[in-house]
Design a protein around this ligand. Structure first.
Ligand SMILES: Cc1cc2nc3c(=O)[nH]c(=O)nc-3n(C[C@H](O)[C@H](O)[C@H](O)COP(=O)(O)OP(=O)(O)OC[C@H]3O[C@@H](n4cnc5c(N)ncnc54)[C@H](O)[C@@H]3O)c2cc1C
Length: 475
């Protein structure tokens, strides 16, 4: 008989969290610590969503999205998770750019970027300083009509090299383009520039294992292999229950970490919302997806230090269409050394490229397999520039595509970074449409990435808390 992954589950919870991405897990943790009964439902066999890993024969462990996040993760993990988790966050100092316009290494913080832009790109210090201050001051309530392109044009007119330095890493970090609102750029860029790029020592598996232990310590009922099929709403537009693995579980509120569009259009259904809200939801643009190539070296075999993150491009200038093209000319290499998992003897490389879902989803199975193989080959050819004898050293190579991300996280079109900016408003106004229904997860560019997802999980958990305990009940 098939295993019942919901064995022992209660009939009713204060909150049901759908999805165990970083926003879902953080929201669940905050609410459990506040004393609510919380059920966390995840369709996959492991927690983490995009913050995940996989193992392969020979003891190889590959991280999917552990490439770098801003220093703010330390504070967020200390406040909303544990001191132990926060203490494992360390800086990555070797960020490299290799492209036809420039070749450089940086610690990716304001001081070093100011030095580079003034000394290497010959821009006056005052201009650079003003640019950093303008980006730093940006916040969500500012003018949203100025685009990132206009922001760059104001400070660095005609300087495609400077724009590339400032923009390429952010495009890799959250899929944003020059046409997105400048505030999304300013907020994310300034988060990184504050102190540089950080990582979790021990790997994503260690992080998520610690998070799961903390969730369970705080009383969250955690269930994997549990696919939510429906969020049940009554005639007064109030959340009643979720249907999961063919079973109904009652609840006072739902915090969905599933993609915002699928939450509204598939899990609830358009008939439960105002028609204008449905239109607004349908109009939300998904962000792009990704391809990755995972390369493990033979045990104990390494390479000379190549830096930690290398933005490689063969393209003449910053060009978002070229970055998304299936005909890859730009890649980010993450180099992992044994220190990533102290005590290990493994060197690994993960190559990431932004990608369009349709370029992969419409292929025949045969063509799909062929193109994945080709992607592995092309990536090894490119990597040879940095690790000349990679082909002799390699023990395992495989690729993932937008279809892989869709399969494991159920994001529409495998969106790696949720939605474009307009998705944030839909996510935030969801509870005005259906009482007790909340969403937290990658939306609006600024709420994606590890830090954005964790922080949005906290923000929305506070909203759920207010809903469950109205102000008059607490006095
Ligand atoms: C290739 C790649 C590289 C990245 N690199 C970085 C990086 O270096 N730094 C960084 O900060 N960010 C990075 N990111 C982005 C970052 O990983 C994500 O923004 C973040 O992890 C998303 O968290 P989330 O809370 O939105 O949930 P998600 O990770 O999207 O998780 C949602 C969860 O909900 C579950 N779910 C969905 N529907 C259902 C359902 N009906 N029933 C049950 N469960 C359901 C899914 O299975 C999933 O576990 C990267 C992303 C990708 C794809």
């Amino acid at each position: 008989m098939a295993k019942d992954f919901l064995k022992g589950v209660k009939d009713h919870y204060d909150v049901i969290v759908i999805g165990s991405g970083l926003a879902g897990m953080t929201g669940a943790n905050v609410l459990a610590k506040a004393g609510y009964s919380v059920l966390l439902l995840e369709h996959h066999y492991q927690l983490g969503g995009m913050a995940t890993w996989f193992k392969r024969r020979g003891g190889h462990i590959f991280d999917i999205s552990l490439h770098g996040f801003p220093v703010g993760m330390i504070k967020s993990c200390r406040k909303y998770w544990t001191q132990e988790i926060a203490d494992s966050i360390v800086q990555l100092k070797g960020i490299r750019f290799e492209n036809p316009q420039f070749s450089l290494r940086t610690t990716f913080d304001r001081k070093d970027f100011t030095r580079l832009i003034t000394e290497k790109f010959n821009i006056p210090f005052e201009t650079v300083d003003e640019f950093f201050s303008a980006a730093r001051k940006m916040n969500f309530y500012d003018d949203q009509s100025t685009t990132t392109r206009e922001l760059f044009e104001r400070f660095f007119p005609g300087r495609s090299d400077v724009v590339r330095l400032l923009m390429e890493p952010i495009t890799y970090a959250n899929g944003s383009t020059l046409d997105d609102p400048a505030i999304t750029y300013g907020i994310v860029f300034s988060n990184f520039m504050s102190k540089g790029v950080f990582t979790f020592q021990g790997g994503t598996d260690a992080l998520v294992t610690k998070m799961r232990a903390e969730l369970e310590r705080n009383g969250v009922d955690v269930r994997i292999r549990s696919l939510v099929e429906q969020i049940e709403i009554d005639e007064n537009r109030q959340v009643q229950a979720v249907h999961v693995n063919g079973r109904r579980i009652g609840c006072q509120s739902v915090l969905s970490n599933s993609n915002i569009k699928s939450t509204i259009l598939n899990l609830v259904g358009p008939e439960h919302f105002d028609p204008e809200f449905v239109e607004e939801t349908r109009a939300v643009r998904l962000n792009n997806s990704s391809c990755q190539v995972y390369i493990a070296l033979k045990p104990g075999v390494g390479f000379d230090n190549c830096g930690d993150l290398l933005f490689h491009s063969e393209h003449e200038g910053f060009d978002i269409q070229a970055m998304l093209s299936k005909d890859v000319s730009s890649r980010t290499f993450s180099f992992y050394y044994p220190e990533t998992r102290p005590g290990s003897d493994r060197w690994m490389v993960v190559s990431s490229t932004n990608a369009n879902y349709r370029d992969w989803a419409d292929l025949s199975e045969e063509q799909y397999q062929h193109d994945k193989q080709q992607l592995c080959e092309d990536t090894l050819n490119c990597l040879e520039k940095y690790v000349p004898d990679i082909r002799q050293k390699v023990d395992w190579v495989e690729a993932s595509t937008p279809c892989t991300f869709k399969h494991y996280t159920r994001h529409m079109q495998g969106a790696s970074f949720g939605t474009k900016f307009e998705g944030l408003k839909v996510s935030q106004t969801l509870p005005e449409q259906v009482q007790g229904l909340f969403h937290a997860g990658s939306v609006g560019i600024i709420m994606s990435g590890w830090l954005g997802a964790v922080n949005y999980g906290v923000i929305v958990a506070n909203e759920v808390d207010k809903y469950l305990t109205p102000a008059e009940a607490t006095v």
